[in-house]
Write a new protein. Structure first.
Length: 191
């Protein structure tokens, strides 16, 4: 091993053995060689991969990372002599800038357009239908029937009624709705 002598440095500051040895040293050499030879194609593929990661895990982070990798790819296409440390510093700077600008801009837009829906606890979905009117699509036989509400089929109990009868949900027990017939009075909204 060759020893470098620096004037003015004490002998204890000099490293007497390599930082990496054997397989680790070869791997680090290959890694740095890859970094040194990254061109606009590598950065473009990196940008596409990060953007696809946004599709898999949508958190708006990978979108900005993909955008910044795309910008670095375009810069390397225009300036092929750009060194790899400068490219990585640009990548990080553009990603932080884009994510910061998005963080400032996006919450205001979301807050203006957000529609707040009432939060119903999981075991209490039936409570949202009490007092609402529906039309039976299937008859009630022996006090038990089925009622289609949106995309859910609910078990209902009440007096025997024919299909097409307007009913009002008057209560519930667990996930079973209690209904009673409603007389049609002009323009009542029936769902």
């Amino acid at each position: 091993m060759r020893r470098l002598v620096f004037s003015g440095l004490p002998a204890t500051c000099l490293r007497t053995r390599p930082f990496f040895s054997g397989k680790d040293e070869r791997m680090s050499q290959h890694f740095y060689a890859f970094l040194a030879h990254m061109n606009h194609w590598h950065w473009g593929l990196f940008a596409v991969g990060l953007t696809l990661m946004e599709w898999v895990a949508p958190r708006s982070v990978f979108l900005w990372l993909g955008l910044s990798a795309g910008v670095v790819s375009a810069l390397l296409f225009l300036l092929p002599t750009l060194s790899w440390p400068v490219a990585w510093v640009l990548f990080v700077a553009i990603a932080v800038l884009a994510a910061g600008l998005a963080r400032i801009r996006v919450p205001r837009r979301r807050a203006a357009t957000a529609v707040r829906l009432p939060v119903i606890p999981p075991g209490r979905r039936a409570s949202q239908y009490v007092g609402r009117l529906f039309t039976l699509s299937q008859p009630i036989h022996d006090g038990v029937g089925l009622l289609q509400i949106d995309n859910t089929l609910w078990t209902i109990y009440g007096l025997d009624m024919a299909a097409g009868t307007s009913v009002k949900v008057v209560g519930f027990e667990g996930s079973i709705l209690s209904v009673e017939a409603v007389e049609q009075q002009g323009d009542l909204p029936v769902e």
